[in-house]
Write a protein that binds this ligand. Sequence first.
Ligand SMILES: [Zn+2]
Length: 80
Amino acid sequence: MGCHNFYDLLAHVGCKIECVTYGDPVVNVAVECTDHNEVLMDYDVDENPELVEMMIEDKLGKTAPACGNTIIDTLFREEE
Ligand SMILES: [Zn+2]
């Protein structure tokens, strides 16, 4: 299922939306509507488990800001 166009997503205006992970270690992240118990969009992990670990630690407040952009910038800067 999921949202693939304007009308799919419009049906969830006003719903309670959550962003959650699945697996330990994490293998999938999803945006879900908890009112309709429906996955709106999701992605499987790529081949970079180090980045996943850094971002999860970040979300738990152990490192920098909640949005992963700073972590991603730092990771790619170190690889140059
Ligand atoms: Zn909904």
